[in-house]
Design a binder for this molecule. Structure first.
Ligand code: TRP
Length: 363
């Protein structure tokens, strides 16, 4: 059987460059690699509601924003199925049956859920839907028989949970579900790109993101204000690379050919880093270089977004078509699941015959 990709994002805001290096760039490569039989990309609106119940309008408004970001990065509806989670009711049905295969204490041990509970001050009263979202995520993945789930490191516990559910289901019933593999970003910088303030992670609430839809001016301003090395005061001072946001971004975005185009004095990133560490290289020069590198990536994305923004109804048509196609696949899996569970009573002639024989004997 061919390999199948499924991944997705919660629509709670526009996507930023952290999403891009952490996942979007890779998805487009995978989509175009020809190695996968199918690629499913899901906008996880139902999952977004699990921790945004006071703010459903935010989720609703951001579906199209995420779709625009997908399309502008090069996800191609001809090659990938782009769909909206809530439009696939089969996922709820699968979730309900999977709930029997997971214990409360197992969910409580999930590190991602744990830290999200803390972050959202849910300690006192955790919404049940939020608590169980790892189970619903297992439904998302298994409904499409995904073999490969490209996500960030924070999603590892979800994939592990999914694998356990698959093993449990297959052993209790029969081998219907597929155990997925995770596909992580290629390097540490891509794994968790820091915000422009040097804080651990880009997040909308911290206001430290560079969005894919930011204008060239906005991106430049943000880069010029980026956190670098607070001990690197004079150009001549030796500088530090570790924890220096500008260099972390270069690790994530820079390729050797960028030096030829924008900074001929150096041949590669290691040379630039060495000079910075020795002293004599100013932050502004490095920031200008980063700006050129980032613009080379962002400009085509921005231009494609402008095109798609001209026809929003078409974006919804793409999502509708994708959701219909995704639903067919999920329905097929659900029917196999119900067959394995032997709960398709009305078409179960064997069951009906055996029980009628039992009662005709006892007459
Ligand atoms: N949990 C993911 C996130 O927060 C979104 C998501 C929902 C997802 N279902 C998924 C990712 C299935 C991969 C596979 O970004």
């Amino acid at each position: 059987m061919g390999k199948i990709i499924l991944t997705g994002d919660r629509p709670t805001g526009r996507l930023h460059v952290g999403h891009y290096v952490g996942s979007l760039r890779r998805r487009v490569e995978l989509q175009n690699s020809g190695e996968y039989e199918k690629t499913f990309i899901m906008i996880a609106d139902a999952q977004a509601l699990t921790d945004n119940i006071e703010n459903p309008e935010k989720v609703r408004q951001n579906i199209v924003e995420v779709a625009l970001d997908y399309l502008s990065c090069g996800l191609d509806p001809e090659k990938s199925t782009l769909f909206i989670q809530s439009q696939i009711p089969e996922l709820c049905e699968l979730t309900f049956y999977y709930m029997d295969l997971v214990t409360v204490s197992r969910l409580q041990r999930n590190p991602t859920v744990k830290s999200e509970i803390q972050m959202r001050n849910f300690e006192a009263s955790i919404p049940v839907g939020f608590f169980t979202y790892p189970i619903s995520q297992a439904a998302d993945i298994t409904a499409f028989k995904a073999t490969t789930v490209p996500v960030g490191e924070d999603q590892l516990p979800m994939i592990e949970q999914t694998r356990e559910i698959v093993r449990k289901f297959n052993s209790v019933y029969s081998e219907v579900l597929v155990e997925p593999e995770v596909l992580l970003p290629e390097n540490q910088a891509c794994m968790r790109l820091p915000g422009i303030d040097g804080k651990a992670k880009m997040s909308k609430s911290l206001g430290n993101c560079i969005y894919l839809s930011d204008t060239a001016d906005e991106v430049k301003k943000k880069i010029m204000s980026m956190y670098t090395d607070p001990t690197h005061i004079q150009v001549s001072d030796p500088g530090h690379i570790e924890g220096n946001t500008v260099f972390t971004y270069l690790d994530a975005f820079c390729r050797p050919e960028h030096f030829e185009r924008y900074l001929k004095d150096y041949s590669c990133l290691d040379e630039l880093k060495a000079h910075y560490q020795r002293g004599g290289l100013g932050d502004v020069k490095v920031k200008r270089f980063l700006n050129s590198v980032l613009e080379e990536t962002l400009e085509p994305i921005r231009a494609r977004r402008k095109e798609f923004e001209k026809d929003i109804p078409e974006v919804y048509r793409i999502l509708k078509k994708g959701s219909e196609a995704a639903r067919e696949v999920a329905a097929q899996t659900l029917s196999e699941v119900k067959d394995a569970m032997k709960i398709n009573y009305f078409s179960d002639e064997e069951l009906i015959r055996a029980q009628s024989e039992k009662y005709s004997r006892s007459e």
